[in-house]
Design a protein around this ligand. Structure first.
Ligand code: NAP
Length: 245
């Protein structure tokens, strides 16, 4: 039975990815920063018979990552799918105004990168040996259209305005580059590494004006997590359709 690890699954898209993978018959390890919350969510998602385990994970904490690795190895001895979903958007607008990159504290960028990029790299590094040994792996990095260089046009729409969320944009563009490089690194081991944009989704991060449900947003992530062998790797997708970077 395939084992999937999902980060940042205490709520939002990550939680829904766990639910969908559980329904598809995966053994899911749902992770989150707060252990109590993780156990509540696991209880909720297991009620339909899905096999969902819970484990604490802060992707910015290397000890926490090692504890998760030990749990996965002892409990299952394998990991087939890694969904790097945990993410933060710390440079949101305040009082309806976008903060300017010229004035923002770089410390906020460091914090953003810790979760959205370095955490992802740490997790991939720690689980890669097990995927390599099994000659199977699917890694999905949950990215954002806001990290697409090709769509960074100047216009008046708040969600598209280039000045909106600059640190978040930088982190997701970095995540996209990381995705391409890792995909090249693992080529030949039947490990597919792709970035997925879930669209603008109604979550704590996306807000209530967002146009997509969590079910819709998670579907494209689950699609990339369950790709057949020989599928495209090192690419960027939304709803299973390839995007340019
Ligand atoms: P969300 O509802 O805010 O959930 C974010 C999740 O990330 C939470 O479970 C949170 O856990 C977790 N998290 C944050 N920092 C973490 C850390 N250091 N270690 C472990 N977990 C951490 O956001 P969402 O909308 O579901 O976003 C999920 C992913 O989709 C993110 O990568 C986001 O960038 C991406 N995305 C979202 C949208 C959208 O419109 N919603 C659009 C494009 C991309 P806690 O409960 O512990 O805070």
């Amino acid at each position: 039975m395939c084992v999937a690890v999902v980060t940042g699954a205490s709520r939002g898209i990550g939680k829904e990815v766990c639910r969908q993978l559980g329904e598809m018959g995966y053994q899911v390890c749902l992770t989150g920063r707060n252990e109590d919350v993780v156990h509540k969510v696991v209880e909720e998602l297991s009620s339909n018979g899905s096999i969902i385990y819970g484990h604490q994970l802060d992707v910015t904490d290397s000890k926490s990552i090692c504890r998760l690795r030990d749990f996965i190895v002892n409990q299952f001895g394998r990991i087939d799918v890694l969904v790097n979903n945990a993410g933060v958007f710390l440079d949101n607008e305040t009082n309806g105004k976008c903060p300017s990159l010229l004035e923002m504290n770089v410390q906020l960028l460091r914090l953003t990168m810790e979760t959205n990029v370095y955490g992802v790299l740490n997790l991939i590094q720690i689980f890669f040996p097990y995927m390599k040994q099994a000659n199977y792996g699917r890694i999905v990095n949950v990215s954002s259209g806001m990290g697409r260089i090709t769509s960074m046009e100047m216009n008046d729409l708040i969600r598209r305005d280039l000045r909106y969320g600059p640190f978040y944009r930088i982190s997701k563009a970095s995540l996209n580059i990381l995705t391409r490089i890792i995909a090249a690194e693992v080529n030949g081991f039947n490990i597919l590494v792709n970035a997925v944009c879930p669209g603008w989704v109604q979550t704590d991060m996306g807000g209530s004006d967002a146009v997509r449900s969590v079910e819709e947003g998670a579907k494209g992530v689950v699609w990339a997590a369950t790709l057949p062998d020989n599928h495209l790797s090192g690419a960027f997708f939304r709803d299973g359709k390839q995007l340019n970077w």
